[in-house]
Design a protein around this ligand. Structure first.
Ligand code: SF4
Length: 316
């Protein structure tokens, strides 16, 4: 995934918004979370990413994956209950793919959260394709009943060659298969697509195939990020050797237009609000599809006046 940044990719941002006492909640930085979890209590149920192979992702390269002891998490939840209690409405379980942890462990965390926070509305986590392969639909449904109602899934691309180049570990059909398991368990999916991941040569095919895969999944949320080489990743090394195309903002706009034009989803919310994007767009699909495509047509027709984010605003 997703969250998937800083360094990155990605969809997360360094967490600074939650007021916490490091002496009580033991965060092992760097910590990442999706933009929409800015006001969530973050708990590190796991450390790092059990897969940790995606060539563009630098989020957890220096962390050895492990599941944290349930007793430690319960202490942190108890502290947060005393400090914040009824104020906690959303919890995000970090790090990279907490869903890979055993169902009994996650159920224990969720039970403790439910007991501690009377106004808890949602618990979410990143889910790698690999963790979705491991978890059964029944397990996901059980955890959903206990409050884990949303996963963030980095689809990145629907193009098999691009997925291979990214070392994502699954092809497009497998991505669809595992995502539909979450659907079957009635878990909401928030998915990310990586603009620019196919370089110039595969830009159009990457957009079209990504639209095909996202349409097959029809997730509740669809967002785009712009692929950005991050230090200490294979992608960065390739970029240093001149092997990575860096698409211009205009080329990325054309790719995004192709992607949105190809989407056939129902009841999805689209956002390009991650800091890596040059254009911030938002809409409900399918209702706003024509308007979003129209905005991009306008950008392509008059790039001089396009509202591209300057690099210093993107903040990567
Ligand atoms: S699954 Fe890939 S993108 Fe997601 S955290 Fe792990 S290495 Fe990074």
């Amino acid at each position: 995934m997703t969250v998937c940044q800083e360094g990155r990719r990605l969809e997360g941002r360094r967490v600074q918004s939650w007021s916490y006492n490091r002496g009580v909640i033991h965060y092992e930085e760097r910590l990442y979370r999706p933009p929409s979890e800015a006001r969530s209590l973050i708990l590190q149920a796991t450390i790092g990413c059990s897969y940790n192979e995606c060539g563009f992702c630098g989020m957890y390269r220096n962390k050895k994956f492990r599941v944290r002891p349930l007793a430690e998490l319960k202490q942190e939840i108890e502290w947060a209950r005393r400090e914040y209690g009824a104020d906690v409405q959303k919890v995000f379980l970090a790090d990279g793919d907490a869903l890979i942890a055993k169902t009994s462990f996650l159920a224990g965390v969720l039970d403790a959260l439910t007991e501690a926070f009377p106004n808890l509305r949602r618990v979410s986590c990143y889910a790698s394709p690999q963790s979705l392969q491991v978890r059964s639909v029944e397990d996901m449904a059980l955890l959903r009943e206990k409050g884990l109602t949303q996963y963030y899934l980095g689809i990145e691309s629907g193009h098999d060659q691009v997925l291979l180049d990214l070392t994502k570990g699954v092809d497009a059909e497998e991505m669809i298969r595992v995502a539909l398991k979450a659907h079957e368990a009635d878990v909401k999916l928030s998915t990310m697509v990586l603009l620019g991941a196919g370089g110039r040569a595969l830009s159009r095919d990457h957009a079209r195939e990504s639209a095909r895969v996202v349409s097959a999944i029809s997730p509740r949320f669809v967002s785009t990020l712009v692929m950005t080489p991050v230090e200490d990743t294979p992608l960065f090394e390739q970029a240093e050797r001149g092997l990575v195309d860096t698409l211009t903002p205009l080329e990325l706009a054309a790719e995004l237009r192709e992607f949105l034009a190809g989407l056939d989803v129902t009841g999805s919310i689209f956002r390009s609000n991650h800091a890596s994007n040059y254009l911030t767009l938002a809409g409900n699909l399918p209702r706003d599809k024509a308007a979003l495509v129209g905005q991009l047509d306008q950008v392509l027709a008059d790039p001089e006046n396009a509202p591209f984010m300057p690099e210093w605003v993107r903040g990567l």
